[in-house]
Design a protein around this ligand. Structure first.
Ligand SMILES: [Zn+2]
Length: 426
């Protein structure tokens, strides 16, 4: 079974990031989990949001109980349209904690404050936090390059130095993993930890994982699984280094690199968990599931849902579904594309969101001039996309030859893209 994790940056994201949590009860699916970021939850980012609820987080012994408290607090603050009801209980069973892509370490490095002791205390704090809140999965702390830079951030000299030195990053990341193992052993932490992997080519990924496997042997410790990092934006990956077949466009390149890397890694880790960090686009789900990924996350659907502004200068985009709730293909142009709201008349989607709100109603909520309606419309668009993820994963679960079925789908371009990717997997 594959689990798709929807990212939520509670504590760091303004506008409707926290409002989304109010509607977790609308996600009635088996395959959707939530990925939260320690950097934001522990209020280390500036600016921080919802500091009042987050102050109490360590009073809870389960992230689900904490989120219930958050929901009750937000209901009181009326962060939803008046006529919308929400249940405090929800169906989501899977919660993963990510560190926040190296922000914490970058801050330490910028303060010139990184040494064995500081690393040890930061790793230990992170492990204590994730254990206290009973997260199902924890991505070990690591240092990764950021893709999107906020203004000014990229100009930091230290940061530029680090960006240049990938090799140095790997050294630091390896040191952090070592420290993680030491802390787990010393303080008997029990949570399931996955080790993030990085590389600048298939070969360097291979070498890195070999090094970790050796370290595990030496330390007599096994990570619960591994995470493939640094592949969320394959545009940044150099074709020569990744031996991308000639004539591949961006879509093919992305599908192929992530699929091949998933396959290579799965072959080395003996049925342990494999999470694809940040690159779980809907079109990749069947491929990475087939090649051995047990979970993934991706921020695209959330970003596209939030593209629109209230004045209508920019528009939010909705995912065109390919699979319906009965796990049949929908005969529709542009499946799995994100289309601007104004371009959509009917998606033939039968997910619970679309059953309750048709496109006209969603558009109306958007342009009603009321803040809460506006945020709510975006959240509906996002949850509709999550249902598509769930249906696609269910389709893969229930059809033995799912890759063949997607490759033979008569409409759209995914059929030929899938065929080309599969032909080129070694
Ligand atoms: Zn829908």
């Amino acid at each position: 079974m594959h689990i798709f994790f929807a990212t939520n940056n509670l504590g760091g994201g303004g506008t409707n990031v926290s409002r989304f949590l109010l509607h977790l009860d609308k996600i009635k699916t088996k395959h959707i989990g939530i990925l939260l970021n320690y950097y934001y939850l522990s209020l280390q980012s500036t600016p921080s949001f919802d500091t009042s609820v987050l102050k109490n987080i360590l009073e809870y012994s389960d992230i689900k109980d904490f989120l219930k408290f958050v929901k009750a607090n937000f209901i009181e603050k009326k962060r939803q349209p008046e006529n919308v009801k929400t249940e405090l209980d929800d169906f989501i069973k899977h919660y993963i904690l990510d560190s926040g892509t190296g922000n914490i370490l970058r801050d330490l490095i910028n303060e010139n404050n990184i040494n064995k002791d500081s690393l040890n205390s930061i790793v230990e704090l992170y492990l204590q936090f994730s254990e206290k809140l009973n997260f199902n999965l924890v991505v070990a702390l690591d240092f990764a390059l950021k893709y999107t830079h906020k203004k000014g951030e990229g100009e930091s000299k230290v940061y530029q130095e680090l960006s240049k030195g990938f090799v140095n990053n790997e050294k630091l990341n390896f040191e952090i993993l070592k420290t993680t193992i030491e802390c787990v052993k010393e303080n008997k932490h029990k949570q399931d930890i996955i080790a993030p992997l990085h590389g600048y080519s298939f070969k360097s990924f291979d070498n890195y994982i070999d090094d970790i496997l050796k370290l595990e042997q030496k330390e007599n410790y096994q990570f619960h699984g591994f995470g493939l990092g640094g592949i969320a934006d394959t545009k940044k990956l150099l074709n020569e280094l990744w031996t991308v077949p000639e004539g591949f466009n961006q879509k093919l390149k992305s599908l192929w690199i992530v699929s091949q890397l998933t396959k290579n890694t799965a072959a080395k880790i003996n049925n342990r968990k494999l999470h694809v960090l940040g690159a779980g686009n809907i079109s990749l789900i069947p491929l990475i599931t087939h090649f051995g990924a047990t979970s993934s996350d991706c921020h695209s659907a959330w970003r596209r849902a939030n593209d629109g502004d209230q004045e209508g200068l920019t528009e939010s985009k909705m995912l065109v579904p390919l699979v319906n709730s009965k796990l049949q293909f929908i005969d529709k142009q542009n499946p799995w594309e994100y289309l601007k709201l104004s371009k959509i008349k009917n998606l033939n989607c039968d997910c619970p969101i679309c059953q309750e709100y048709n496109i006209k109603e969603i558009k109306k909520l958007f342009s009603s001039g009321d803040n809460e309606n506006f945020y709510f419309a975006k959240i509906l668009i996002f949850i509709h996309a999550l249902y598509q993820y769930d249906y696609v994963i269910s389709f893969c679960e229930q059809n033995k030859n799912y890759l063949k079925e997607f490759s033979n789908y008569p409409n759209g371009e995914w059929n030929s893209l899938y065929k080309t990717v599969i032909e080129n997997i070694k």
